[in-house]
Design a protein around this ligand. Sequence first.
Ligand SMILES: NC(=O)C1=CN([C@@H]2O[C@H](COP(=O)(O)OP(=O)(O)OC[C@H]3O[C@@H](n4cnc5c(N)ncnc54)[C@H](OP(=O)(O)O)[C@@H]3O)[C@@H](O)[C@H]2O)C=CC1
Ligand SMILES: O=C1OC[C@@H](O)[C@H](O)[C@H]1O
Length: 431
Amino acid sequence: MSALFSYLKRTYTIFNPPIATKNEDALRIGILGAANIAPAALVTPAKSHPDVIVAAVAARDPKKAEAFAKKYEIPIVHKTYDELIADPSIDCIYNPLPNGLHYEWTLKALKAGKHVLLEKPSVSNAREARSLFRHPLIQGPNAPVLLEAFHYRFHPMWSTFLSMFKSEDVETVVATNSLVAGIFPKDDIRFNYDLSGGTLMDFGAYAVSSVRGVFGKEPIGVKTASCRPMPKEFDDKCDEAIFAEYEFGNGASAKISADLQAKGGYPFPALTQNWPSFKNFLPTIEVKLRPQTESADGGLEKSIQKSFTVYNYMGPFLYHRIDIVTTTQLKKSTDGKVVKTDTNTEYKKVYKWPAEREAEGRIGEEWWSTYRYQLEEFVNRVKKREGSGIWVEPEDSIRQMEMIDETYEAAGLPVRPTSKALEEFDFFSGR
Ligand SMILES: NC(=O)C1=CN([C@@H]2O[C@H](COP(=O)(O)OP(=O)(O)OC[C@H]3O[C@@H](n4cnc5c(N)ncnc54)[C@H](OP(=O)(O)O)[C@@H]3O)[C@@H](O)[C@H]2O)C=CC1
Ligand SMILES: O=C1OC[C@@H](O)[C@H](O)[C@H]1O
């Protein structure tokens, strides 16, 4: 009963957080577009942050911007994205535009001296990523801050999970993210090539990012990759599902599968045609370590294998569970025949940092969403405070896009298109 009560209380508070009194020097953030994700990723988290005011919004249709501003109590409405970026009262820009517009509008914001919280995936491809994240505009101690909003990384669950094993001990990783068909219509921005859509750019980007995080390094190469393209009458340069396997060296490998149009049939096919299988219902990552073998009495060998599975690693604030399974086997040394198997499973949940980590800047509340933890660090960077140290480094964002490009190429799909803003003037080639 008390577990149910605390679950309900936490969930309620995520969406109805206590309102912080704003400090005089609170950062004023403007939102580019009346985006669906903006309330969850910025407006609600900002409520409980004393140093953040969501001060302005702009949309292509001013009426839409006005309605959005009214609903979310945003004081300033700008007629255009350019006007918002030029507003001197705005310190930071939140960019939740479709992926294909990330490069252009982020660069414009940085040129105007604004800090940018940029939705994931950061840009359309590795070329854009190199141009943006190595841009002279963001170099130097007083340069504007630019962060790719891979929010799940900022939640204490993720760091705790990574701390449970050593990356060099990992043998296999499987990351699976599925969403029931029909949630996103087939003409959604996620399935529009010109806007840099594709499942690999969406759910798949989390899978790529999480696998890279587990290994703490880049793959040697893509072993296999395939996709299920969108139907021909839609945009078949976009993947509605993507499957890939990567080699990480020393026999280690990772598989990802991401599907934004999943059909399954669990548990009653006639009623649940579109549902992914139960096991894959929540975004899941499973890490298996290499078995550790030691000799035991009586001509036996003892082999211990550990696996760590997180259910809902993408949105752990809503619910998650880490399963730690230890399988101990006794085998005959002569022929490897298993004589005894013991399995022990532990379950862990981590919604906030333990109190003793506060001194390291690891602060938060049980009801902080991944976006709230992320906002805390974004503000810390802008305000030059130490913070938790968790960050998505510029080179990390570049390598993320390199892996996405390589996967698309291996799956036989084109890399997402480069923005005209870069085609027209590429800083690095000077064109
Ligand atoms: N962090 C997370 O958990 C999530 C992140 N995202 C990311 O956020 C971004 C936006 O996603 P989401 O909010 O779902 O998207 P929306 O469909 O809500 O689109 C976002 C905004 O894009 C603007 N826009 C500008 N040009 C176009 C165009 N040509 N076609 C369509 N829209 C256009 C619209 O702005 P206007 O209002 O001006 O018309 C719209 O409000 C993506 O990069 C996505 O990957 C998405 C969901 C979750
Ligand atoms: O980042 C995201 O997380 C939630 C999904 O619904 C969405 O498609 C994706 O962009």
